[in-house]
Ligand binder design. Structure first.
Ligand SMILES: [Zn+2]
Length: 72
């Protein structure tokens, strides 16, 4: 049972930037993937197992893509 349904401030596990995301069980506590690394990692490492390593895109990381409202 998870109570982590609200995004929280995380530190990017890749570049150290602050980002909003949700804790993924396979990540250290307080760490997640920032949006720029969510873009570059799949390009640099196409075989990377993103769901296993970082969780669900748009939910655990890269929230901006799923919540792209209010930007116009
Ligand atoms: Zn990053």
């Amino acid at each position: 049972m998870s109570t982590q349904d609200k995004p929280r401030r995380l530190t990017c596990c890749c570049c150290g930037a602050e980002t909003m995301g949700r804790q993924w069980w396979n990540r250290d506590i307080g760490y997640g993937l920032c949006e720029s690394c969510a873009e570059t990692i799949p390009k640099r490492h196409p075989d990377e197992d993103m769901p296993r390593l970082y969780g669900v895109r748009g939910y655990h990381y890269a929230l901006g893509e799923a919540q792209a409202e209010g930007t116009t």
